[in-house]
Ligand binder design. Sequence first.
Ligand code: SF4
Ligand code: FES
Length: 237
Amino acid sequence: MDEHPQVTLTIDGEEISVPAGTTILEAARQLGKDVPVICYHEATTPNGVCRLCVVDVNRGRVLQPACVAPCPAGAQIETRSERVERSRRTILEMLNAAVDLEQAPEILALMAEYQADADRFPDAERRTQPLHDDNPFYVRDYNQCVLCWRCVQVCAEDAQYTFALTLAERGYDTRVSTSFDIGMTESPCVFCGQCIGVCPTGALKPKIEFGLEQGWSADELRQRTRRSRRARLEEDT
Ligand code: SF4
Ligand code: FES
């Protein structure tokens, strides 16, 4: 029995053989195909959340997420058919309707590439949340969060094993949060910054960068990024 079985398939008409279990995204990248992703990141376990990477497999009833779907033997896959493009365009338009993408340059570039209409859903309700500024190291602005899960995953088994972040609520109200919404300094967070490193938008931002954008003075920057929360609380009372 072959211990390393290969599967052969075609992607956009080009034949390729890959080890069984290889995802369609990995195979497509080997052929130099540019399949767009949002929730996928090399450092995190793919969950197939955003669906931007969908491709057409054998003209099947539903499109398949390339980042999690393994290559089927003998399949004919299209990564850029009209149907695929329409689906990606709609996903981008829905994201734009619900989330502030102003500080997500890669997603904005995809909006342009797929000719997404920023006004497609004018009556859609944007998710709004208060800014979380509860520690000296970084701020969280979930108005800009696309719920890709990357931060939750690097905080958990994919890297840090800290489990400071989780997903709260359901459906439209789903959001990233600490357990029971406690402040970050009360949570297990060790302020490693890995969540900031994998966030594809401006939702997570170093406090110094945020302060500079806000026009804080040098004194204010020093106060708000270096002093302990206890010291600031004592000062405020
Ligand atoms: S905060 Fe950033 S990394 Fe975390 S889920 Fe939202 S967009 Fe993704
Ligand atoms: S990149 Fe594949 S589902 Fe998000």
